[in-house]
Design a protein around this ligand. Structure first.
Ligand code: G16
Length: 576
């Protein structure tokens, strides 16, 4: 077995929670010749998928029937999958393996013909997307709560991806939720699959289970997009990098690609062993939670390039020596330099960003004649634009960047894109960012998160700001005049579907803005996100610290929304 998987041990089964433990005979209603059991169940009222699937505490998922109800609700929302292929994998967090065994038994009982599952139950979210696309699977189930902590007291999650490899669109997630409200039984096979740790095929009822290498297909795809020879040369020249896998799923991917294929010295990848509890850490690659990397890069300035990825490998943070690149700037810089990368040379048709992401990329799109789209928060909103060939590169302020190579955001992809640019330009990360600002102006940007706020207080805050939509325009705060205030709504340009209530926007005369949203990915209380943005064309002011440059907008946000008073917090939990 690959050494990076060695410490990955199965979760101990818990009575009543582990589907591999035979169900009580009283729960068995009917038996088909293939030993399929139809288990009577009752709906749970809280299975509405959020920004990215269903995310709850592990203990919630361990309730008898909880996972099974949701999985059956997924299958009941799909048509025509009999005999087809399903991809299954997760980020290796606690409960991953137990859940996969249940899903395999249910997939077999519901009539899938074949399941591709990553060895050890591992598939990063972008790798799952790549595998769905490469093998033309019907869809996939990805088990992750992304950047949320793991372990027995941590979070777990499940989402369904459609055959384009991307997260199910709202019409599918709405159908899953509707099914979860009326479910009366689920189907499960009375047999358990063979080992998930051995590559190869086995039978489970009428279904084939193929255990695949979780890294190989993804690594091959990266090799087709990026100039690996140039990056190899960069590392051979003494260029130094630290990649923090945060004991999450990208460990084996980064070790294979950066150290084995690209020749980066051993030790370039830190925290590369996948652990069920992420080593007790919070696998969110930002300036607060990636503290070890931040110390190495921002305080000690020990490497030329630093990067981190999250629990399931779809997010990325990029750092230069003592230099932070905001995700919004990263998207703009990748778009501006796409011609240097083989996979995108001359091939960018359009860019897309989520509404709260800064407009830095819009300026690149305008200069280069790319199409430019603004969507609600949630990677699922990019799927149609990518499928229709309207967007090539997409990005979000929440440390997500990706392209049409898969239908998920992709952490390691973004890191390789940067490495490719660095290899060609032979300049530092800081020099590239500053040159970008000189060409396009700098968009000062920051996000302030208030985590685990009492839900009523958070909702009350949002409602109070919305009640002011008609009176805010025309008001002046610290010399800034409000010119618009609304709740962002989106009409998908491809299928015409509409999404409302996607975040409060308050725009000022000079183009600066404040956005307020409640996160759709938290599992405890509410997380208030405050996004602040101001454009600065004057290069002599580009050296300002972002918090200083945005200080008046930060105060105005508090004046308009009463953040401190309503949340009872003096300062944000996380500032990025
Ligand atoms: C998910 C979504 C992203 C979204 C992020 C934050 O990412 O896929 O599109 O930007 O959540 O969402 P929210 O602001 O609602 O918490 P991930 O990495 O958690 O899957």
């Amino acid at each position: 077995m690959d050494p990076v998987f060695r410490v990955w041990t199965p979760a101990p089964p818990r009575a009543g929670a582990d589907a591999s433990i035979p169900l009580p005979t009283t729960e068995r209603k009917a038996r088909s010749p293939m030993a399929v059991t139809s288990v009577a169940t009752k709906p749970f009222s809280d299975q509405k998928p959020g920004t990215s699937g269903l995310r709850k505490k592990v203990t919630v998922f361990q309730q008898p029937h909880y996972l099974e109800n949701f999985v059956q609700s997924i299958f009941d929302s799909l048509e025509g999958f009999q005999g087809k292929t399903l991809v299954v994998g997760g980020d290796g967090r606690y409960h991953n393996r137990t859940a996969i065994v249940t899903i395999l038994r249910m997939a077999a009982a519901n009539g899938f013909g074949r399941v591709l599952v990553g060895r050890g139950g591992i598939l990063s979210t972008p790798a799952a997307s790549a595998v769905i696309r490469k093998y033309e699977a019907f869809g996939g189930i990805v088990l992750s709560a992304s950047h949320n902590p793991g372990g027995p007291d941590g979070d777990f999650g499940i989402k369904y991806n459609i055959m384009n490899g991307g997260p199910a669109p709202e019409k599918v997630t709405d159908a899953i939720f509707a099914n979860s409200r009326k479910i009366t039984s689920y189907r499960i096979l009375d047999a358990v699959p063979g080992s998930l740790d051995t590559l190869g095929e086995s039978r489970l009822g009428g279904m084939t289970v193929a255990v695949i290498d979780p890294v190989a297909d993804y690594a091959e795809l990266m090799g087709n997009l990026f100039d690996f020879a140039a990056i190899r040369k960069l590392f051979a020249s003494g260029f130094t990098m630290r990649f923090d896998a945060m004991h999450a799923v990208t460990g084996p991917y980064a070790t294979e690609i950066l150290e084995r294929q690209l020749g980066a010295p051993a030790g370039t990848v830190m925290n590369g062993i996948v652990k069920e509890d992420f080593g007790g850490g919070h696998p969110d690659p930002n300036l607060t939670y990636a503290e070890e990397l931040v110390e190495i890069m921002m305080h000690r300035g020990e490497a030329d390039f630093g990067a981190a990825s999250d629990g399931d490998g779809d997010r990325n943070m990029v750092l230069g020596r003592r230099f932070f690149i905001t995700p919004s700037d990263s998207l703009a810089i990748l778009a501006d330099n796409a011609a240097l990368v083989p996979g995108y040379r001359g091939g960018v048709v359009g860019v897309a960003r989520s509404m709260p992401t800064s407009a830095a990329v819009d300026r690149v799109a305008k200069a280069k004649g790319f199409g430019c789209y603004e969507t609600p928060t949630g990677w699922k909103f990019f799927g149609n634009l990518l499928d229709a060939g309207k967007a090539t590169l997409c990005g979000e302020e929440s440390f997500g960047t990706g392209s049409n190579h898969v239908r998920e955001k992709d952490g390691l992809w973004a890191v390789l894109f940067w490495l490719n640019i660095l290899a060609v330009r032979q300049e530092s990360v800081e020099a590239i960012a500053k040159a970008h600002w000189r060409s396009y102006g700098r968009t000062f940007y920051s996000r302030h998160d208030y985590e685990e706020v009492e839900s009523n207080a958070a909702n009350g805050l949002m409602d109070a700001v919305k009640a002011g939509f008609t009176t805010l325009p025309g008001q002046i705060f610290e010399g800034r005049e409000v010119v618009m205030a609304d709740d962002f709504a989106y009409t998908d340009p491809v299928d015409g579907s509409e999404s409302r209530n996607q975040g409060i926007r308050i725009g000022f005369r000079d183009g600066s803005r404040i956005v307020l949203r409640l996160s759709g990915t938290g599992t405890k209380g509410a997380t208030l996100r405050v996004y602040l943005e101001r454009y600065e064309p004057d290069a002599s002011r580009h050296g300002l610290d972002a918090q200083e440059a945005l200080a008046d907008l930060i105060r105005i946000a508090d004046q308009i929304a009463g953040i401190r008073q309503r949340t009872g917090r003096e300062r944000p939990t996380v500032i990025t």
